[in-house]
Structures are given as C-alpha cells and as structure tokens.
Design a protein around this ligand. Sequence first.
Ligand code: ATP
Ligand code: LTN
Length: 344
Amino acid sequence: MSDAPSAAARRPRVLSGIQPTADSFHFGNYLGAIRQWVGLQETHEPFFFIADLHAITMGQPDPAVLRERSRRCVAQLVAAGIDPSRSAIFLQSQVPAHAELAWVLQCLTGFGEARRMTQFKDKSAKDGEGSASVGLFTYPVLMAADILLYRPEFVPVGEDQRQHLELTRDLAGRFNHRYKKTFRLPEPYILRQTAKILDLQEPTAKMSKSASSPGGIIEMLDDPRVSAKKIRSAVTDSGSDVRYDEEHKPGISNLLTIFSALTDRSVDDLVKAYDGRGYGDLKRELADAVVGFVTPFRDRTLALLDDRAGLDAILGEGREKAVAVAERTLADVYDRVGFVPAGR
Ligand code: ATP
Ligand code: LTN
C-alpha cells in the first residue's frame, strides 16, 4: 500500500533526530538543527525523535543515564518550542520498524560504501578501528532507515550529517530501482549560516558533545553565568577589529554567527554596530544575549522534567503517530522484498 494518493492533501513531512548522548543540548545542536525544526513545524508535518539506538554505538552508557538523557531530550525539545500537539516526538527504540528496515537496507549497502563515511572514520579513529563496534559502522544505514520510513521531504540537520543524507538518497534510489518505487528521496535542509557552529576554544573544529573541551561548548542547561564566562573567554584572533572573515578570523566570525542567530540581527548589522569598538565589547554583549536566551530555556526545561507523567504522555502520543506511518512503509518493503506476511 502506498501513501502517495493522499499525500497531496497533507502537508509535506519533515523528520529529524538527535542522540541522547549528553545531559544537555549545546549551541551547535540548537542553532544548527533544532531551531529549524521549530520553524518547520509551522508549514510541515513533523516527526522528531530521540535516536537512542544510535546512542549505544559508541559504547554502552549506564542504563539509568541513558534513560535520563532521553527524557532530558524530550523536555529540551518542548522547551525549545517543539509543540507536541503538532509534532510527533518519539523514542527510536519504541518504534521497532527502524531496526527492521535497517536490516533490509544493510543488505543493499556495500561494505566499501559504508567504509567511506567520514563520521565513522573520525569516530573509530579515536580508539583504533578494530575496537569500534559494528553498530558504529552501520550507524548511517540505521539513519537511512529512520528517514525513509517516514517518506519526508526535508531532513533538517547540521553540515556534519550531509554525507549520511547522500547515502540515504542512494539507498532509497537503489531500493526503488531494484524493486518498485517505494521511497521518496529526501532533501537535506541545512542553513548555510548556522550549519557548523565552532568550538569556542578551537574555532576550526565543530562544537561537539563528544569532542569539545568544556570551555569550547555552550550547554543550554548549564548555569547561565558559566556560559557567559565561556563566551568572554572564547579564543579570538589577532588584530582587534570586529569583522566577519572565516579564514583569518574564525573565532570572531563564530561569535558573530552565534550573536546573529540569537538576536535575528544580520552579521553586517552587527559588524557596523561594533565598528571602532574592540572584541571585549562584542563578547560582553554577546554574553548578555546568551544569558537572556538560556535562562528561560533552562527554567522551562527544569519545570518539564518535574512532570515525568507529562513527558511519558508526549512520548506515548508521538509513538502512536510514528508507528502508524512507519509500519505502513515497512509492510510495503517486506512485501516488495518477498517476505511472506504473517497469517492472521
Ligand atoms: P557528537 O559530537 O557526539 O557527534 P553532536 O554534538 O554532533 O554529537 P548530535 O546528536 O550528533 O550531536 O547532533 C544533533 C544535531 O545537531 C544534528 O543535526 C547535527 O548535525 C547538529 N549539530 C551538532 N553539532 C553541530 C554544530 N557544531 N553546528 C551545527 N550543527 C550541529
Ligand atoms: N546522526 C544524527 C542523528 C540522527 C538523525 C537521524 C538525524 C539519527 N537518525 C535521522 C536526522 C535523521 C546526528 O545528529 N548525529
């Protein structure tokens, strides 16, 4: 069964996920991805999920910590403006079709093709490829399954996920060609300006949960005074004029990007406003903007975390919406591959 005939009457779908691999989202996650999720729910039919299956690819976290982080993700999504009455918010592990479709897609993925994924190369290089899990290796195929099940038009992510989206499109095309048109080829939705927020201490690397030092990353749930201090201590560049120049002034350019995104003022406008003033003024005023932004976000998240039953209800509703769509796609796939349907 295809859902194409009624698709015209529906809003186009959008889907994305985030891993519960830290106690808090950071500014890269928020500005690079989640802010776009919030905007897209106005015009699209949204599916947003917590990628807890992906979160165990880099080792086995304490089960209690993983559960807590998953709930924190839900609370932060809602605090950021994802509205559970409009968007399905769910846990990947509660929709078995993700792992089931991933298996079928793994059988269509070349070993060499998986090996070329740069995130696998980067992450497995840390402890040596031999000790990386097979799950880390097949991570992008599970991600393709996450996406293709929902036949979304757009997938809003940061720049680091672009290659995984390309693999997803390749696998969708391969399945459609090998069997019958089943999957929509999704488009990445990556906003150029905020596609890669950089580490404050090492402004050539991306701000990252797993790789950044504490001083390099602004955590949304941190004490706002700590975040303000991190902005004031951010590594800046030689010279003293405030100018957007990614190559020669990566530190200042990154601060301008963050400032612009938080205040909706253009980078040009900010550069004019700081003309003739030093880095110190820029940092101080950006630190104030950061405090003004994270304080209410943190308060809302902490209040939501106090209502466990409320969070579980959001996940229950999200799961129901997700299962309805995912099971239909999986049934199409199983049929086309040639699996015998279970008797009633
Ligand atoms: P890790 O460092 O462990 O890979 P992460 O910090 O990249 O984790 P994810 O859960 O993998 O976090 O990413 C969630 C979303 O945030 C993805 O869409 C990702 O592209 C985006 N994102 C992560 N870091 C940045 C960044 N520095 N700039 C822009 N977008 C980012
Ligand atoms: N790999 C993504 C998380 C993720 C995802 C997805 C994003 C898993 N499945 C499907 C978009 C669509 C990351 O952020 N590192």
